[in-house]
Design a protein around this ligand. Structure first.
Ligand code: GCU
Length: 586
């Protein structure tokens, strides 16, 4: 009998393996129409993963003789939830919940919808594992909590459908990130859910950018198509570009002569680009700019630039990771008020709208995958997850002018396994995207008190996290660090900072006070400004954020290193110290 089996099968998960949705399944989304599945879903937390063990998605309500069976689920009478969102934020009792959550929705499709040759389910992000079931069948699974996934589900669909999604944010050593992080492990499906309708022949991917070293006079267009041959039409009206490119082995590629107005934070000029292939048409708003590195300098459009930045997490008291565009705009507005021209989006890919908004508003971005602290560097499966997340991120944001640096990780032990692991990631990023520098946020070498991470040889820009004055109380070590170091590449101070609980006052030596934080910012900026090889910084961090590791009474499960409180209401004195520094830097 079905019911009997489930609790006798310890390895129930093996049935759900090897149907991975990966970067290879992604399809370019610019300008595409889709059927949104956002909105009301029925849901339940499922602490023991019983949906998968008992196969609720099969909806077996009767035995072979038609007798009614008792069941432990009720899709349509479960509570409702408005997706996308983080389940942790809908009920106080779910705040600390980590584990499987089951979502169910019935979807009616029109004949005209079903007439499409391909119908892809796309989910903007679900933390961490997400399994998809349609009309009683297991469809696919995705690993990775911050990047989109897609899967062609046409064969499973009919007029009336039940879609069941199981997201599971159980932390695990072999995941990316691993089970220990300094941020809150939100649950659920927290970015858009949609069905994307595609014709038989369609555009799988569109990559367009200035050709590095072309004196800003050439644009390279690469279009990947679902079929091996045919003709692609590329239109950029404002640049009088209307070109036909022939497709060979599924790719059409050409360098086109053009003299676009260059995109920069001061003039974030975007061009409308339209590409068609057979019945399919996509579009995008693209800025053309060149980011390059030479010696210790970073160049934007051939001009030396200093990245005046701040780090940000994707976290808000109101919505968790499911931020609204208004909240994203608030972050951009406050960063500009700080005098920043650059943001470090830490430590995982943020919502794709953040880069689109920064394209429009004129802010430069560092984007990162969560190869964070001590992940399992000797585990091939962990590597595949990391590389897939990197590919999904680059595939998603390649056309974003604001994105200038790919980061392959943060604060990792300098072991051989890690060197091999992250070198492969850096090589992958370089191969996949020739237009952007690659970096990582490295630790200071404790033995020599210098910037000496061997991974630097694989990077174009060296990120350095240093907490002189805080985790390293002896501030004088900062001077020594910079004196002991002689990097041959540009350095970005990717993190420095100090906790300050709003309203807590004392002397500059009293840790946790506003005065101490402001003093550390004053001394850090005073020191950094004189170091010739430092070409940017992104202090830790713009807003206080939730963190289960921070239990002291003045922290209250928050990392209080924000320059502003988590409710975005109160600016601590250090905010103005950094603002003054960035204004002077101009
Ligand atoms: C680390 C880490 C951050 C963390 C910060 C801190 O450097 O990269 O994720 O939050 O330090 O300790 O506050």
């Amino acid at each position: 009998m079905q019911k009997m089996a489930d609790f006798l099968t310890p390895d129930y998960e093996s049935e759900y393996l090897n149907k991975d949705a990966t970067a290879k399944d992604l399809v370019f989304m610019g300008g595409r129409a889709s059927i949104s599945l956002n909105g009301n879903w029925n849901y339940t937390i499922d602490p023991y993963d019983t949906c998968l063990r008992q196969k609720w998605f099969k909806e077996i309500y009767k035995d072979d003789e038609g007798r009614t069976l008792p069941v432990d689920f009720s899709f349509d009478t479960w509570e409702e939830i408005e997706l996308p969102c983080n389940t942790n934020t809908v009920k106080p009792e779910f705040f600390w919940y980590e584990g499987p959550v089951v979502f169910s929705k019935t979807v009616r499709l029109k004949e005209t919808d079903l007439a499409h040759d391909h119908i892809c389910l796309r989910i903007g992000a679900a933390n961490y594992k997400c399994r998809v079931f349609i009309n009683g069948q297991y469809v696919c699974e995705h690993f990775g909590g911050s990047t989109p996934f897609m899967y062609d589900v046409k064969e499973y669909l009919k007029e009336d459908n039940r879609i069941v999604l199981v997201s599971d944010n159980t932390r695990n050593r072999y995941h990316v990130p691993t089970e220990n992080t300094d941020w809150f492990n939100y649950n659920g499906i927290y970015r858009d859910i949609e069905l994307v309708l595609l014709p038989g022949d369609y555009i799988k991917d569109l990559k367009i950018a200035l050709v590095p070293g072309s004196a800003f006079k050439k644009i390279k267009v690469t279009v990947r198509t679902s079929s091996d041959s045919g003709v692609v039409k590329v239109n950029i009206p404002e640049l009088n570009i209307s070109e036909l490119l022939s497709v060979h082995n599924g790719t059409a590629e050409r360098e086109l002569d053009a003299s676009p107005l260059l995109w920069s934070p001061e003039s974030p000029k975007l061009y409308d680009v339209t590409v068609s292939f057979c019945e399919d048409t996509v579009s995008d708003k693209v800025g053309f700019r060149e980011i390059s590195v030479k010696g210790n300098d970073i160049f934007l459009n051939g001009e030396k630039i200093f990245l005046k930045g701040i780090s940000v997490h994707e976290d808000s008291d109101a919505t968790g990771k499911a931020l609204t565009d208004e909240e994203r705009m608030e972050t951009i507005r406050v960063a500009k008020e700080l005098g920043a021209n650059y943001l470090r989006l830490a430590h995982y890919p943020h919502h794709e709208n953040m880069a689109k908004l920064c394209d429009k508003e004129g802010l430069l971005l560092w984007e990162e995958i969560p190869v964070y602290w001590a992940i399992e560097f000797d585990n091939p499966d962990t590597y595949n997850q990391a590389e897939n997340q990197l590919e999904e991120l680059i595939c998603r944001d390649y056309n974003r002018a604001s994105v200038i640096i790919w980061s392959v990780g943060n604060e990792n032990p300098d072991t051989d396994e890690r060197f091999k692991f992250m070198s492969s990631l850096a090589d992958f990023a370089h191969k996949y995207d020739e237009t952007r520098p690659v970096s990582a946020a490295c630790l200071v070498d404790g033995k020599t008190l210098s910037i000496k991470d061997r991974l630097a040889e694989k990077l174009d820009i060296i990120g350095v996290n240093e907490y002189m004055g805080w985790y390293s109380p002896n501030f004088d070590e900062l001077d020594m660090l910079f004196k002991n170091s002689n990097p041959l590449k540009p350095v970005i101070i990717t993190e420095f900072g100090a906790d300050a609980t709003a309203g807590l006052h004392g002397t500059v030596d009293d840790k946790g006070t506003e005065e101490c934080q402001a003093e550390i910012y004053r001394r850090q900026t005073e020191t950094i400004k004189n170091i010739p090889y430092i070409k940017g910084m992104s202090p830790w961090i713009l807003f206080d954020f939730k963190c289960p590791r921070r239990t002291s009474s003045i922290q209250g499960f928050y990392n209080r290193k924000g320059l502003i409180t988590s409710d975005r209401k109160y600016k601590k004195p250090a905010f103005y110290v950094l603002q003054k520094f960035y204004r002077e830097k101009n």
